[in-house]
Design a protein around this ligand. Sequence first.
Ligand SMILES: [Zn+2]
Length: 290
Amino acid sequence: MKFPLALSAFLLLSTQSAMADDHAKSPLTVKPVGEQLHVIYGQGGNIAVSHGKDGLYIIDDQFARLSKDIKKALGDIKTNKAEFVVSTHHHGDHTGGNENFAKEGSHIIAHHNVHQRLEKEHGKNSKFLPVISFGDDMTLHFNNEQANMKHYPHAHTDGDAVIFFTKANVIHTGDIYFNLGGLPFVDVDSGGSVDGIINAVTDILIHADDNTKIIPGHGKVTDKKGLTQYLALMKKAKGIMVKAMAGDKSQADVVAMKPLDVLNLTYSNWLPQERTTKLFYRSLKSKHHH
Ligand SMILES: [Zn+2]
């Protein structure tokens, strides 16, 4: 997501009742999700933790202020030293801890475009940047696991990587998949697109079976059925928008029609229906459907 402040405020609100029960409690929830794999829920994108004979590495690292808690949680699993941090994309609620982890020896890995965007944001010599970047795909042979990182062009952003833990049969989708019951953030300004998300999810589903566990960028771990429902929702929303946009209508006209009303979805404060409609419009309006 692009607005970490608004997002964290939203998440803080939603966790406040839980926190009132126990003030000293960590802001993180750690759950096993597969063989030598854990998921960490917190205040940003979901973290996957691979641990085993070679050590430990993580997918995404939320916000900088959570690094200490994340390291403590990793220590409870195996060791607080993460060999690698894979960034699924450049957004701050997924890469906020990169500098803290890199300073302690973790090697940041991400797609070339993530390197480019983080360099633009943090400067050339920043520790936020990946020290290893890749194009179409890359594989980590670590912990007796084969983790395939695959780039999906113009989906949530232009630098999305999905991680397939082939042995554990677990997939981390990054923000290509928001499992929050609604529509995702299509970051058109960072090269994201509605069609790119639909294409990516369609391909991910080909690699999933009935036992696959799917870690979304946000929301609870789910399965092939959950992701299939999300794909259907995305296709439905696209169809509604394309129909509403027919006749070369302006963005203002389409927004005023409230075409997404029929889906009866709930929206968060940082991504209300109007903004979602605008992003879908801009994506579907552009020549290459980006
Ligand atoms: Zn994001």
